[in-house]
Design a protein around this ligand. Structure first.
Ligand code: CA
Ligand code: CA
Length: 204
């Protein structure tokens, strides 16, 4: 019973959107989520890889917050993605001090299985006595000072996986750090690591 309640709580406050391949374009316009922003709080945050390796063809982590977008559906160098064949990884955003976060918006684009998003979003203010700034895979962030904010999954139940995706986690709260625990979208082949184009953090 408690578990079901928790899932409902987590599902609350997440909005998804999807532009299928035939309509996705460089404008990143969505019905339910704002287009990516150049000048949001994430633009000034410090990004740090905590676990996993970025793919050799991936852009640097900074591409997640540079306000620039891929111009095409399959543009590796304009996206951040973990190494092919790996199960993803973790990175952290540090705002330098606590900020009031209204929304975290993540955007991705790929014509196939690297389009959808699957990640857990954690947040922390850094004040917990046993706070671990860099919890690797295998360490539950919730056990060391992080709070699970949302499980974001834009995986379609059926049909094509490709296209442009936007996810918006709302009413996040006051935090200094965000942790993104990023998972592969499928394990049938080595090509399940999402092409993340941008992550925006919108202040209240
Ligand atoms: Ca941005
Ligand atoms: Ca970008």
């Amino acid at each position: 019973m408690a578990k079901i309640f928790l899932l409902l709580l987590l599902a609350n406050g997440i909005v998804f959107d999807h532009n299928p391949n035939d309509v996705a374009n460089r404008e990143f316009k969505f019905k339910n989520v704002a287009s990516p922003s150049k000048d949001d709080a994430a633009a000034h945050a410090k990004l740090t890889l905590i676990d996993g390796d970025l793919d050799g063809g991936s852009a640097e982590l900074a591409a997640l917050t540079d306000g620039r977008l891929p111009g095409d559906e399959d543009e590796p160098g304009s996206n951040v993605y973990f190494r092919a064949g790996s199960s993803g990884g973790r990175f952290r955003m540090d705002f330098g001090s606590e900020i009031n976060i209204a929304r975290v918006n993540s955007y991705s684009w790929h014509p196939n299985s690297r389009g959808p998003q699957l990640y857990k979003l954690y947040a922390a203010d850094g004040s917990a006595p046993k706070f671990n700034l860099d919890p690797k895979r295998g360490v539950d962030p919730a056990s060391c000072g992080w709070k699970l904010i949302a499980l974001v999954s834009t995986l379609p139940n059926d049909g094509e996986m490709g296209g442009q995706y936007a996810a918006s986690v709302t009413e996040v709260g006051k935090y200094r750090y965000l942790l993104f625990d990023i998972y592969v979208t499928e394990l049938y082949d080595n090509w399940g690591n999402t092409f993340y184009s941008e992550i925006d953090v919108i202040r209240k």
